[in-house]
Design a binder for this molecule. Structure first.
Ligand SMILES: C[S@@+](CC[C@H](N)C(=O)[O-])C[C@H]1O[C@@H](n2cnc3c(N)ncnc32)[C@H](O)[C@@H]1O
Length: 253
């Protein structure tokens, strides 16, 4: 599929979803920050520890969608730049930003992740959740590294695509909060390594094997026993890691 076709499909899908959200944009709780979010949401495992203090940092959020995380980053003291391919998503994010925080701390743009309109070495930190698997790694990985300062950190939380049962469910089984299919492709190890290649340091951690079933009980419900079982299984039987639902990728330039 050509890049233009991919952009057209993705823009149509995310514009349509975002337009339903526009009337319902609300103010986030005053105590909510990126740190509280990352502690609460299971797929953000290790993110706070890796990024540390965000106060005063220039942070880029790739594929910001409706802007909730961008606002949380700004509420944590960062100067935030965020972009998304979908103009309607960016309009929702802009409205949220105005309602939640001094507008001047968030700079929002409509852009594609494979060719970002930012200067070289502009950011201390880059964050993305559920974005790399929408991009072409061959086109995007050098650009990602280009906009990060030397010594800067990047972290991405992405769905993995190597569990055949999960892939079947994603393709064919209806479930609550399921989005229509776009042009995205959950990551395989080849993609993960391609994204990490331009960086000086790169590691990743597969997460959610049994604990992926928490989702069936409602978003972000904690089932400690499943998480403990994951910790043991993924350490003792590394071949199971490829069947996890998510991967967290940690890069240093
Ligand atoms: C799964 S959503 C994630 C949104 C947000 N990060 C979150 O966690 O709620 C994926 C987002 O990627 C955006 N997107 C898709 N292809 C893109 C591209 N080539 N460049 C930039 N953004 C893209 C979509 O518009 C959508 O907002």
């Amino acid at each position: 599929m050509s890049v233009e076709d991919r952009y057209r499909i993705e823009r149509a899908k995310w514009d349509a979803l975002a337009s339903k959200e526009l009337p319902g944009v609300s103010v986030l709780p005053p105590t909510a920050t990126f740190y509280t979010y990352a502690r609460k949401v299971s797929v953000m495992a290790g993110v706070n520890e890796f990024l540390g203090d965000l106060q005063g940092k220039q942070v880029l959020e790739c594929g910001c969608g409706l802007g909730e995380i961008s606002i949380l980053l700004a509420k944590s003291g960062a100067y935030v730049t965020a972009f998304d391919l979908s103009p309607v998503s960016v309009a929702v994010a802009r409205r949220r930003a105005v309602m939640n925080i001094a507008d001047t701390k968030i700079n929002l743009a409509v852009a594609a992740g494979e060719s970002m309109p930012f200067a070289d070495e502009r950011f201390d930190v880059i964050f993305g959740k559920g974005i790399l698997h929408h991009l072409d790694a061959n086109l995007g990985c050098n650009d990602l590294c280009r906009v990060l300062k030397s010594g800067g950190k990047a972290v991405f939380v992405e769905p993995m695509g190597m569990n055949p049962i999960l892939n079947f469910v994603r393709a064919y089984i209806p479930y609550r909060h399921k989005h229509p299919r776009g042009a995205d492709r959950p990551l395989k190890y080849d993609d993960i390594h391609r994204w990490g290649k331009p960086f000086k340091e790169f590691r990743y951690q597969e997460i959610q094997l049994l604990s992926m079933f928490e989702r069936g009980f409602g978003f972000n419900k904690r089932f400690t026993i499943l998480r403990r079982a994951d910790a043991v299984l993924l350490k003792r039987l590394p071949f199971l890691r490829r069947y996890c639902r998510y991967v967290v990728m940690f890069m240093v330039k």
